[in-house]
Design a protein around this ligand. Structure first.
Ligand code: NAP
Length: 488
């Protein structure tokens, strides 16, 4: 089968409707939302464009399914997750192609995301069996303390376009394990991966109404009323800090339990005692994974003056050699950005930096032709007032800046309202631990450019978020703690 017909087949096979109470349905007003291939700018297909009325029905379905689902044996919840983990593996090639078509990243990266996404299902298949409480003698010796953990109730979930499957399973996995029902709203640009995931979970035996999926062009219009609906008990959001702030405000009315995975501005620190080739290797992952469109993407490279030139040249050589193109083509390592607005933002940040004295060692421009491609770019001599040191770039651009001392490096790293992740390269153990203690981020890659791991707590401090996803911390976000004071 030719690639073009396989692409069509993979897209055709995905449900394009809303999933409400186990039924695939058209939007109540019959409207459709067009999905684009960012490597061509052409429409791939259309999905249902859900309305506020559809959103209300989705929450009703989640609310009605909640009691029975909470009472389902943990073994059953675990088995559904384990089956879904296996099915994602079996269908990885098709799911990866679908993701590449709607999101742009290369097929190899999409396949990597399907593996990463499936690991949350495996991890939470295990965690479903480990929800516990405790019973103890009270301090005065006469009473007893009984603590139980119960599902929080119907959850609202809003996911971004950059990791369309993994940002879903990172929420859906622990919610299923905990016994919560949910309404999920995927990003407008990439709903197909979520619809495919929902279909798989249904095939694996997830009961009707536990997972409801609402695709819509009006995120605020559909989710806003649900956030204010007392039947919802939790909001889990992954996206920009700007939208996150507004959702936190909206959630105040119902005092919703919140998980907020927001933006980043990750510093990547390289000390003079580091292995520079290893740092370049790590930088390639931290910067170029997902075309730089990751909240964990290294946003700025702070490098000891003695090795800054060597690092920047080696990084420029590697990034300059990367093949840019449609993610489905052989050998391509850099796909398009998600849309023209995102590309314009990247171009503006680079132009601002070069206008303030930075030099583009490689790249620095849009790629002509169809699609939203931007050249892999390394900038040196970046001035302190360049906007890209403060803002999330979300593109394949690496600004390199020198530092004179460890204190200066740490101060520069922490000089941001964000605090998601940082990266540290050094071969000095004492320095490594000292710097890790002083960095104001929720996660640190120590001599490695990738931190994501289903079994570890992912999340940020400062304005990068509230709560953790993954690890044993991730399921706690979907459980309430109930204490019973026992009088014997
Ligand atoms: P975004 O604009 O904040 O959108 C994220 C999601 O929120 C989308 O589903 C979007 O729907 C929805 N949304 C937007 N406005 C809304 C509103 N008023 N009410 C309810 N929902 C609303 O972010 P993005 O551009 O898709 O994603 C990139 C951002 O996500 C970056 O800042 C990145 O750092 C962050 N991110 C963080 C993490 C993490 O774990 N910390 C992981 C991945 C990404 P529409 O698509 O319809 O606009």
């Amino acid at each position: 089968m030719s690639l073009a017909s396989r692409e069509e087949e993979v897209v055709d096979r995905v449900p394009k409707q809303l999933l409400i109470a186990g039924q695939w349905r058209d939007a109540s007003e019959g409207e459709k939302l067009s999905i684009e291939d960012p490597s061509t700018g052409e429409s791939l297909t259309e999905v249902a464009d859900g309305t506020p009325e559809d959103a209300r029905k989705a929450l009703t379905a989640a609310h009605e399914a909640q009691e029975e689902w909470a009472a389902t044996p943990p073994n059953t919840r675990s088995e559904i997750l384990q089956k879904a983990f296996e099915m994602l593996g079996e269908r990885a090639d098709d799911l990866a192609l679908l993701m590449t078509l709607e999101m742009g990243k290369t097929l190899a990266e999409s396949k990597g995301e399907i593996t990463y996404a499936s690991e949350f299902l495996r991890w939470y298949a295990g965690e479903a069996l480990r929800i516990d409480g405790y019973y103890k003698v009270a301090g005065n010796g006469s009473g007893r303390v009984l603590v139980m953990r119960q599902p929080i109730g119907p959850c609202l979930m809003i996911t971004p376009w950059n990791f369309p499957t993994a940002m879903g399973t990172r929420k859906i996995g622990p919610a299923i394990a905990a016994g919560c029902t949910m309404v999920v709203k995927p990003a407008r640009q990439t709903p197909l991966s979520m619809l495919a995931l929902a279909e798989i979970l249904a095939e694996c035996g997830l009961p009707d109404g536990v997972l409801n999926v609402l695709t819509s062009s009006s995120s605020g219009g559909t989710m806003g009323p649900l956030i204010e609906d007392p039947r919802a008990r939790k909001l889990s959001f992954t996206g920009s800090t700007e939208v996150g702030r507004s959702l936190i405000e909206q959630s105040a009315g119902q005092v919703l339990k919140l998980s907020m995975e927001l933006g980043g501005n990750a510093p990547f620190l390289i000390f003079e005692d580091a292995d520079i080739d290893a740092a370049v290797e790590g930088a390639m992952i931290a910067k170029m994974r997902n075309v730089g469109e990751a909240c964990t993407s290294a946003n700025r490279f702070h490098v000891a003056d003695a090795v800054a030139g060597e690092f920047a040249e080696k990084l420029a050589e590697r990034m300059g050699a990367m093949k840019v193109g449609r993610g489905t083509e052989d050998g391509v390592e850099v796909g398009p950005l998600i849309d023209d607005d995102q590309r314009a933002k990247v171009a503006e940040l680079v132009d601002d930096a070069t206008g303030k004295g930075a030099t583009a060692l490689v790249g620095g421009k849009r790629v002509d032709g169809a699609g939203y491609f931007y050249e892999p770019t390394v900038l040196s001599d970046v001035s302190d007032d360049a906007n890209l040191l403060k803002e999330e770039i979300f593109g394949p651009v690496a600004p390199v800046k020198g530092f004179a001392s460890e204190d200066e490096a740490v101060a520069a790293a922490n000089d941001t309202e964000f605090g998601l992740v940082s990266y540290v390269y050094t071969n000095d153990l004492k320095r490594a631990l000292r710097v890790c203690e002083n960095l104001e981020t929720g996660m640190i890659g120590l001599n490695q450019g990738l931190v994501s791991n289903a079994g570890a707590p992912f999340g940020g401090v400062k304005q990068s978020g509230v709560g953790r996803e993954g690890g044993k911390e991730g399921i706690a976000e979907y459980l309430e703690t109930k204490y019973v004071a026992v009088n014997l």
